[in-house]
Design a protein around this ligand. Sequence first.
Ligand code: FES
Length: 146
Amino acid sequence: MANTGNGFEPEITAFICIYCADMAADIAGALHIQYPANVKLVKMPCTGKTDAQYILDAFEHGADGVYVVGCPIGNCHHVRGNERARMRVKKTKKLLDEIGLGGERLAMYFVSGGMGETFAHAAEEMTERIRALGPSPLRELQGEPS
Ligand code: FES
């Protein structure tokens, strides 16, 4: 886990589609828009490929927070993949609440390819949110130091 000083620095996994979201990440990079290094990007052919198991696996492998970034509604290159992802994220948030991990550790964002700033903002927002929430309860269960 990344740690600066005495503060908790969360590990965050972002599932991003290779179209709009990845392009927005590239734009952020090209424009030198900084966003927290806490975020590990996992590229997906479309957010419609993201299911609850991927999200749970990310938590199991040490993520303190997870988010999904897809194309804007109506602009998915696979037609309705982002809508399916939105529905799965909603259901998985409920599941996270039920198992005690907390649904607020999961979010979904929508960006178009040119929205580098919005992409960076999502990374900042999630990092701040998870920083405030603290380490994933799963870390303790797995015997990891938090
Ligand atoms: Fe981007 Fe489907 S291709 S969310």
